[in-house]
Design a protein around this ligand. Sequence first.
Ligand code: FPP
Ligand code: MG
Length: 337
Amino acid sequence: MPNLSIRLFSNQIFFSMLKDIKIIKTINPDLQRFESSLDEIIKLYDYFPDKILQYILETKGKKIRPSLTYLSAHLFGKPTISTDTAALIIELMHIASLLHDDVIDEAKLRRKQLTVNSKWDNKTAILTGDFIFSLAMKIAAQTKEYYLFDLISPAVMDLSLGEIYEIKFSNYFEINKEKYFQIIRLKTAALIACCFECGAYSVKAEKNEIETAKKLGEIIGIMFQIKDDMLDYIGKKTGKEIGIDIKDKKITLPLILAYHNMDEKSKKEIENLWENVDERNFQRIISLVVENKGIEKSEEILFQYRSESKQLLEKFSNKKIISTIKKLIEYLTVRDK
Ligand code: FPP
Ligand code: MG
């Protein structure tokens, strides 16, 4: 987006997260430009009914994707206007996908506020998602950053495919670790990989550097989703309802790992509880998953990915940015929101 005015962050959660992990200095100017672009969009489309765009865009999320796009650019150079466009478009695509996802999941809360589907209705949420999705494409075309279509569209296709696979496979106890990882690679990791790819591409990194950055993004994306799925069982401050996956009968890593650790009696018990997830059964499912080491074992896998990501980071040379990304990875593994 053009002309960017500076605005202070209003989002305390995001601000404190960045401050916690001390990355604010590195990408603060970048994120300020990013925030200003969102403000401009709000102004430009203030005719959008019921100020829905404002409602969505002013609720700053964790801004993980733009942060990662900028950090990837910093690994190889200095962010450019092209990086700004990439960060903005990816976040808009992400927001559009969340609007649709909340309809699919019948979610009531996101980022500590009512979802569009619950404050308004499903139709409004879908159409607002479509509007934001198309707006992202319009910005890419207007800024003539055509490479973004090449890099982002396959990632967004992966998102949709991941969601479809999830609907198809994740409600049944036959789901295994391999299927789970196939789903999260598509629905979450692909877009985060794309952030790294676009960030690196936007500053003209070498082909092999772009590939390594993309691989790192994929691993970070996988870690992000594993943690997200763990927080569905044990989280308190996510700004979303806890246990929505369980209530939605979505089987994720903690349950897959716990189930394989269970004796036949517990397996039968959890399968029966799954038939009717009322409040009492819900609590018992959480206990069974925790008792059978679903969280512990998920964390072990999370830590394996963390080591892998740190090894990949060693391939780069910008020590300051490497250390910043390591802190972000640390935050992603220990976060409780
Ligand atoms: C969140 O998963 C959802 C996604 C990562 C992808 C959603 C993608 C689509 C609905 C298809 C793409 C649509 C467009 C318009 C581009 P989650 O439900 O596990 O996470 P949550 O806890 O944050 O809801
Ligand atoms: Mg969801």
